[in-house]
Ligand binder design. Structure first.
Ligand code: UGA
Length: 440
């Protein structure tokens, strides 16, 4: 049965959630106070980069299940559920999330409610925020109206968000009010009927699940990155080790790809926020602490690898960098290991020619002293080494012979283990350095 839903905030999470809920058959209106954004959406332009989102949005706009609005008061009236999916940036210089947009959106939504509505917090918020939201709702509700608050964390990866939403490992929501629970159950019934797991919990439990999941994944990656260092020292191969341990179903094979360290808009922010919450309650968080520290040190390990591949120093060398985003299939450079690494290479005197398939404008702003190239060939010409930092699928299709032919010295440092060693060497590279693989 279709549920009438409003989504406040048409950023990454809001738009993906709105489009996917419309795809499940619900009646969705996506609200934003940014006029340009709504105008762009109304004229069929999607302001974010996410594979498959264009088609999903246009299909649902056409069949009338998805529309946009600038008018929050009018759009929340008559809705069974209003999702809050506004930004929660970190306060500059602190680990605390800035909740001002969540608070403002909640106030506006609550004061315009005209029937029982569940206000669903989708934004990633510190543990305890849903209680705060509850008190705001109670304060702002019009006389005689009732509403409830629920926490419904998202588990969407950039680049595969639509698949993650429509084929989830689990759906988690925390609520106390029975009517709110029933609405959430109706919203996710189409997925539950397909056999996907739905977990209804207490509010605080849902909040903790989000942070505990992201921190666990970050720990897993930092763990395999340290095992990669050990593999290099003892002459083992980390990819085979990952397969060997990942086949144990208690461990699982996902998120065991060694690389330049984890980044993005979630893991760094969420591990810091979890640490901050734990310290507020005087609970030690040693394992998450260790992962954060290991990830910060990861950059030194990568830099040393690049320097060693360049004969001990990168000063005066021309380096081709492939990949600036924090991972492949996104245009997001927030807390990307590549950005820090390129900065450090520039400081050490390297001349950088970078290529990223998404051509991220933000990277050009953050890295004004490097040359941004429109094609792989432009970046590679006369390079003393090629350094791969992001796992873009399109890199695998590059013609390795063409790349090595253009280089001054055909050396490759592959921080994502994208290539087969024999293929690289067979196509003219004299030196190939991978992650977590003992020296040949
Ligand atoms: C992450 C989580 O995976 C989502 O479940 C969660 O919903 C999201 O954060 C969020 O909180 O919104 P995302 O930040 O898009 O998603 O990116 P991931 O695919 O998780 O990658 C994070 C980082 O870990 C990237 O830098 C990636 O390159 C790195 N990574 C990932 C590895 O180095 N090795 C791996 O095996 C996997």
């Amino acid at each position: 049965m279709s549920v009438r839903i409003a989504i406040v905030g048409t950023g990454y999470v809001g738009l993906v959630t709105g489009a996917c809920l419309a795809e499940l058959g619900h009646d969705v209106v996506c609200i934003d106070n940014d006029k340009q954004k709504i105008e762009a959406l109304n004229s069929g332009r999607i302001p974010i980069y996410e594979p498959g989102l264009d088609e999903l949005v246009s299909r649902n706009v056409q069949r009338g299940t998805l529309r946009y609005s600038l008018d929050l008061p009018a759009s929340v009236r008559g809705r069974d559920a209003v999702f809050i999916a506004v930004g929660t940036p970190s306060h500059p210089g602190t680990d605390q999330a800035d909740l001002r947009y969540v608070v403002a959106a909640t106030e506006q939504v609550a004061s315009n409610i005209d029937q029982f509505t569940v206000i669903v917090i989708k934004s990633t918020v510190p543990v305890g925020t849903n209680r705060l939201v509850q008190s705001i709702v109670e304060r702002c509700l019009p006389e005689g109206q009732s509403a409830a608050v629920a926490s419904n964390p998202e588990f969407l990866r950039e680049g595969s968000a639509i698949g993650d939403f429509l084929h989830p490992d689990r759906i988690v929501f925390g609520a106390e009010n029975e009517q709110a629970m029933a609405i959430l159950q109706r919203i996710y019934a189409p997925l539950e009927q397909q056999g996907y797991e739905v977990l209804a919990t207490e509010i605080e439990t849902a909040e903790v699940i989000k942070y505990a999941a992201n921190a666990f994944l970050a720990v897993k990656i930092s763990y395999i990155n340290e095992i990669a260092d050990l593999c290099e020292a003892v002459g083992a191969d980390v990819d085979h080790v990952a397969t060997g341990i990942g086949l144990d179903h208690r461990i699982g094979g996902a998120f065991l790809k060694a690389g330049p360290g984890w980044g993005g808009s979630c893991f760094p922010k969420d591990t810091r926020a979890l640490k901050a919450t734990a310290s507020e309650y005087v609970v030690p968080m040693r394992i998450v602490d260790a992962a954060i520290e290991a990830n910060a040190r990861r950059k030194d390990v990568v830099l040393k690898k690049i320097e060693a591949a360049c004969g001990g120093s990168v000063a005066g060398k021309r380096l081709a960098i492939f990949g600036l985003t924090f991972k492949g299939q996104t245009d997001d450079v927030r807390e990307s290991p590549s950005i820090d690494l390129v900065r450090a290479l520039v400081e050490r005197g390297a001349r950088i020619h970078a290529y990223d398939p998404s051509q991220p404008a933000e990277a050009a702003r953050l890295l004004p002293h490097i040359c941004m190239c429109a094609t792989p060939v432009h970046a590679i010409k006369n390079a003393d080494a090629l350094v791969i930092l992001t796992d873009w699928k399109s890199f695998i299709d590059c013609d390795l012979r063409e790349l090595s032919d253009y280089m001054a010295d055909p050396v490759m440092v592959d921080m994502r283990n994208l290539f087969d060693e024999q293929a690289v060497r067979g196509n003219g590279f004299r030196h190939y350095v991978r992650v977590g693989r003992g020296a040949e």
